[in-house]
Write a protein that binds this ligand. Structure first.
Ligand code: ZN
Length: 434
């Protein structure tokens, strides 16, 4: 029996303590700059215009200034705990913290559930007029079939509803106009417009290559070149706890493209079916795994033995069937679990809405804020380079096709699909390939 596949998805106990370099911490006790700070982990995702991404990690105490974590390995470890309350020790110089150890006191939980209020604040900074809003704020954020509020209400089955206001404001004289003052702007606007759960701050400020920013699991998002709808979906997704929807480009030993191997390169924004992936997907819906992250209702089934499973289309009511299948055995470095969902239709604004088939992603064991998803290429034939911009049909498994993970005994076949009933049949096997 393969012990790996006996692991229960979501049954993991959250690790509550992580120690890094404890010896270093003890050695530096005599240093005056050494301190322990208790606060919330604030992970700010920055989306660059060219599609690149950076993450800044701060520890924000209840009182006092945020400290930016400057050493990269520890930054990456903390990035996995967005919005958690931690006790962190390290060497502080100015607003920077070189972290040596941290302990998670409370892991971050979704804070955006129920009836939430969003303030879309058009912030005139007195230099550039706001333009390129990408439609009216009302139609992009609040009202109509293509709005953020409608997508979220549908995807969450009503677990999250967003209403709110469109507000115009002006940055006061004396406050920095450059976008590295974005938290100061947020503090200022929060004070002037209290009572909202989410704040989308829209400017036209020419922030270098930065298009948008958001705090994972937080309240704030920023838009520096106006607010395009797909960017709003993306940044608010970060506020809901989501990391990026990535993809894998894998090769066999000869360099030929395959769905999965031990030689994969991940593309940070490579999933073009998801607003947490590439923006050019248009206004799509978040993937089913992110429903779990947000603690929205999601009907899924963990499969641990050979058999056929009926799978309901993701965008329809579950109707007693699972809308996703999860299977242990995927490469641990990407999360360890396959996550299957059958897409038939999406929002009319999603450019891939005419495609249908099975999507296979790799996700983490359990759903925590700040976890990536990794979409696999289900038709990696023809030698076409797998890269953003490629024919998106490659990411769907068509009827009759089988994916065999060369690294585990898992095989996945889409046996049939019925677009009228919205039910597909997936065969999951655990045979070792001959
Ligand atoms: Zn992002």
């Amino acid at each position: 029996m393969d012990g790996g596949r006996k692991r229960a998805f979501l049954a993991l106990a959250v690790a509550v303590s992580i120690a890094l370099g404890t010896g270093v911490a003890q050695a530096s006790e005599s240093n005056n700059a050494h301190k322990t700070v208790r606060g919330r982990v604030r992970v700010t995702m920055t989306m660059l215009k060219g599609g690149g991404m950076t993450a800044d990690v701060d520890i924000v105490p209840a009182h006092g200034k945020a400290l930016r974590v400057t050493n990269s390995a520890q930054q990456a470890a903390l990035e996995a705990h967005p919005n958690a309350e931690v006790a962190a020790s390290g060497t502080a110089v100015g607003g920077s913290l070189s972290l040596t150890t941290f302990q998670v006191i409370n892991d971050g939980n979704p804070r955006h559930l129920g009836a939430q209020r969003l303030a879309v604040i058009k912030l005139e900074i007195g230099r550039y007029p706001i333009k390129n809003i990408g439609g009216s704020v009302q139609s992009v954020a609040f009202r109509g079939k293509q709005s953020l509020a409608t997508m979220v209400a549908n995807e969450s089955r009503g677990a999250l509803t967003i209403t709110g206001d469109e507000i115009s404001d002006t940055l006061p004289a004396g406050m920095s106009r450059t976008c590295d003052a974005n938290y100061d702007w947020a503090d200022y606007l929060y004070g002037r417009h209290p009572g909202y759960d989410l704040y989308a701050i829209v400017t036209d400020v020419a922030c270098g290559q930065v298009a948008g920013q958001a705090v994972i699991g937080g309240a704030f998002s920023w838009y520096y070149v106006g607010m395009y709808p797909e960017v709003l979906f993306h940044e608010v997704g970060h506020n809901l706890g989501f990391h990026h929807a990535s993809s894998l480009d894998c090769r066999d030993a000869t360099g030929y493209p395959v769905s999965l191997s031990s030689q994969c390169t991940s593309y940070e924004y490579g999933d073009r079916y998801d607003p947490m992936g590439e923006g050019s997907a248009g206004r799509c819906t978040y993937n089913g795994y992110d429903r779990l992250v947000a603690q929205w209702p999601e009907s899924y089934q963990q499969v641990t033995a050979d058999g056929d499973v009926q799978l309901r289309a993701k965008n329809l009511d579950a109707d007693g069937l699972p809308q996703a299948i999860t299977i242990a055995g995927a490469p641990a470095q990407y999360g360890g679990f396959f996550w299957l969902e059958w897409r038939t239709d999406d929002m009319t604004t999603c450019k891939q809405r005419k495609d249908h088939g099975l999507q296979v992603r790799i996700v983490a064991n359990g759903a925590g804020e700040g976890n990536h998803t990794y979409l696999l290429d289900m038709s990696p034939d023809g030698g076409t380079l797998h890269r953003p911009g490629r024919d998106q049909a490659h990411y769907y498994m068509p009827v009759g096709q089988t994916f065999r993970d060369p690294l585990s005994a898992v095989s996945i076949t889409l046996k049939s699909e019925d677009l009228k009933t919205g039910v597909a049949v997936v065969h999951v096997g655990f045979h070792t390939a001959p």
